[in-house]
Design a protein around this ligand. Structure first.
Ligand SMILES: [Zn+2]
Length: 124
């Protein structure tokens, strides 16, 4: 799928876990399993005295590891193309950027598998 993007500098690779609290349809993202567990535990500590949510009792809360994420793969850039100016000859046939001027890049979205650095041994 072609599309435009503003390149996002946030390092999403740090994000490894998603915790879900089903009763309120809440999701949070965490760098470690322990942080995710703590977040859920705090919700249970809050809810416990008033009664646990039915969803919690029925096992619908969870902590999930992120195994793949989307990324934008650049296929072409506007800067690789000619832009007509007053200096161009009238019959200038240099190739122009074939996409909208509001886009600087075109590319596609890929889902990239995340390799656990602890498992491969090249962690920081
Ligand atoms: Zn030109």
């Amino acid at each position: 799928m072609k599309g435009k993007t503003k390149m996002n500098k946030i390092d999403l690779c740090l994000l490894k876990y998603i915790a879900c609290y089903a009763a309120d349809n809440m999701y949070e993202e965490f760098n470690t399993y322990d942080e995710a567990e703590k977040w859920l535990q705090e919700l249970y500590d809050t809810d416990g005295p008033e009664g646990f949510a039915e969803e919690t009792v029925n096992g619908r809360d969870y902590i999930a590891a992120v195994v793949s994420r989307s990324r934008f793969v650049v296929q072409d850039k506007k800067e690789n193309y000619h832009e007509h100016t007053d200096a161009c000859p009238e019959d200038c046939d240099e190739e122009e950027w074939p996409y909208s001027d509001s886009m600087d890049l075109v590319g596609q979205i890929e889902l990239q598998m995340i390799v656990d650095q602890k498992e491969t041994g090249d962690g920081k």
